[in-house]
Write a protein that binds this ligand. Structure first.
Ligand SMILES: Nc1ncnc2c1ncn2[C@@H]1O[C@H](COP(=O)(O)OP(=O)(O)OP(=O)(O)O)[C@@H](O)[C@H]1O
Ligand SMILES: [Mg+2]
Length: 243
């Protein structure tokens, strides 16, 4: 089992969109039993998969009361893809982790799911606190979406520092140019600086994921953006295979 976190300290950079589409690639292209675990109280991942939130505010109970994650996991419309949904109870998750005081609480809970899942994709909130620290200690790969801008470069430096502080040496960091618009000079310049980084184009098809509440592969599988997600997923699988 491998844990792939989609994380940045910066908000609105495409984390949830990438997490949902990578989880779909894992389940539908790689045919791996996959869990998308939403750690953001805003519950965007469930929304994008068309799973409506449960009225019970139970997401935190996995950590607070040792409730089995299996009790909260929901099936999705997609074969091999399940969701561990978020809800507003996760707003207090940072404080809860601090109170529990176990550095590897999330990592241990994820490891407990290894019998059922080959891949766990974490959709993370844009924070730099005990939640991100727990995520980085649990992950094998961290995908960091970076819309081409100087602020993103700064966010990437912060994430890299945090990885050094929290993670084991073997955590693989995968920067991704997200919302790349080749019509803009700044975007072209950053693309030229990092030609080997995976890229997801700025595309109305990607925005449509939120309107249709479906991953891109379900309604536009041959679009440029769907190919971008596919290539990113293949790059992640290759890194995992290399160990
Ligand atoms: N490649 C893209 N092309 C066009 N729109 C995109 C692309 N990626 C994301 N978006 C849009 O940008 C917005 C923010 O995306 P998303 O919610 O995935 O970001 P996020 O990093 O998860 O945000 P938050 O920090 O609030 O959780 C959404 O409206 C989404 O549809
Ligand atoms: Mg999000």
């Amino acid at each position: 089992m491998a844990v792939i976190a989609v994380y940045s300290v910066k908000g609105g950079v495409g984390k949830t969109t990438i997490a949902v589409n990578l989880a779909w690639c894992s389940a539908s292209v790689s045919c791996r039993k996959t869990l998308l675990w939403d750690l953001d109280a805003a519950s965007g991942a469930g929304f994008l998969l068309g799973v409506d939130p449960s009225p019970k505010h139970a997401a935190q109970s996995v950590f607070a009361r040792d409730v089995e994650p299996e009790k909260l996991i929901r099936r999705t419309a997609y074969s091999k893809l399940d969701l561990l949904p978020a809800d507003e109870s996760l707003r207090a998750l940072d404080a809860l982790f601090a109170q529990i005081g176990k550095r590897k609480r999330l990592a241990r809970t994820a490891a407990g799911l290894a019998r059922r899942y080959e891949r766990i994709v974490l959709d993370c909130p844009p924070v730099l606190n005990e939640i991100s620290a727990q995520v980085l200690r649990a992950a094998d790969v961290v995908v960091v979406p970076l819309p081409p801008s100087p602020l993103s470069a700064r966010a990437f430096d912060l994430v890299s520092e945090e990885v050094r502080a929290q993670a084991r040496g073997e955590l693989v960091v995968v920067p991704v140019l997200s919302m790349l618009d080749q019509r803009r000079a700044l975007h072209r310049a950053l693309r030229a600086e990092h030609p080997d980084w995976p890229a997801i184009p700025l595309a109305s098809a990607v925005e449509q994921c939120a309107a249709r509440r479906q991953p891109l592969g379900a309604f536009a599988p041959v679009s440029t953006a769907a190919r971008g997600f596919g290539q990113l997923w293949t790059a992640i699988e290759r890194r995992l295979a290399r160990g």
